[in-house]
Design a protein around this ligand. Structure first.
Ligand SMILES: Nc1ncnc2c1ncn2[C@@H]1O[C@H](COP(=O)(O)OP(=O)(O)OP(=O)(O)O)[C@@H](O)[C@H]1O
Ligand SMILES: [Mg+2]
Length: 290
């Protein structure tokens, strides 16, 4: 069985290379001929397609280059994860819509009205409605972000307006702050509809529990309700595998976000469980029609 591991050409960061290595090793140990290709390695015109390249049986798509992913699918390849699922995960607004469609609990969320580059958000009166429902502190996140860097807590109207003005035309969401979960959540790694590892993340100095942002982690067994909502979230978005962030709600778990390309090295360090091996086993099962 031959596979491509597609990675971004321009991101040169050990944090990413470590994940690629783990995936390549896991592929090798399962007898898969897995080759890493960067997005520019397979650069070609839309019309020529991937002509002249020896196409693999499947692709692990570890990038968010949705258009490239779509073209690979158009060439008949099975992508892990599919382009549509990656696209939904890469946009917190789309994630909220997809989860709502399946009745999966997320924090109460408002999506920003569309703004254009030449204008930005010129009239912030929509905040009246959001603040009357959500109150303060209010969580404000850019739709696209990583490692908690684009996630903020606005304590009053002035802070909310400053943040929104800083976003310019970039879309964002305004969200209920789940105070009981402040600074803590559970990262649940799901593969093929099953929880394979989970860890508790916490930060005593910040409401965001991301490890990259200074949070700590502990081994943790997801309880049945947390496991169930994480698996359902993946099903709703059509993911083969994901890292799901689950908040502690007063009356049960709430989905914070779903990551299609999770940085599972931290989970490996914390739990000893290598998600890459589960991903490869899942791919083999699917490709062998089991
Ligand atoms: N509504 C909320 N209420 C309480 N805490 C929240 C809320 N939203 C986010 N958090 C905290 O902030 C952290 C980061 O938020 P989130 O997972 O949405 O963004 P991110 O990790 O930066 O996103 P990405 O994975 O796309 O880079 C969460 O892990 C959680 O600890
Ligand atoms: Mg997150």
């Amino acid at each position: 069985m031959k596979g491509w591991l597609i990675v971004n050409s321009f991101v040169k960061w050990d944090k990413f290379s470590e994940i690629y290595e783990l995936l390549l090793e896991a592929g090798f140990s399962k007898g898969i001929d897995l080759e890493m290709k960067s997005s520019t390695d397979i650069f070609c015109s839309v019309q020529s397609g991937f002509e002249g390249m020896e196409l693999p049986d499947f692709v692990i798509f570890w990038d968010k280059d949705i258009l490239l992913a779509r073209r690979l699918e158009q060439a008949g390849l099975r992508l892990f994860n599919p382009s549509e699922s990656i696209e939904v995960c890469d946009d917190k607004g789309q994630t909220a819509i997809a989860l709502q469609a399946k009745g999966i609990r997320t924090p109460l969320t408002f999506l920003s009205p569309k703004a254009y580059p030449s204008f930005g958000c010129t009239d912030l009166s929509f905040l009246d409605k959001a603040e009357s429902v959500l109150g303060y502190p209010m969580v404000i996140k850019e739709n696209r972000g990583s490692f908690g860097k684009q996630v903020h807590l606005a304590h009053d109207r002035r802070e909310a307006e400053e943040l929104i003005e800083g976003f310019k035309e970039h879309p964002f969401i305004m969200q209920e702050y789940i105070a009981v979960s402040g600074g803590r959540d559970v990262r649940i790694n799901v593969v093929g509809g099953r929880v394979v590892a989970s860890m508790y993340r916490y930060n005593d100095n910040d409401f965001r529990s991301n490890i990259t942002n200074g949070g700590s982690m502990k081994k943790y067994d997801a309880d049945p309700a947390q496991a169930e909502i994480a698996v359902k979230a993946c099903e709703a978005i059509g993911l083969d595998f994901a890292g799901v962030d689950v908040l502690f709600g007063e009356d049960g778990p709430i989905i914070c976000e779903v990551n299609s390309n999770p940085h599972f090295k931290t989970t490996l360090e914390c739990t000893g469980i290598n998600m890459a091996e589960h991903i490869m086993a899942h791919i083999l099962k699917v490709m062998n029609g089991e």
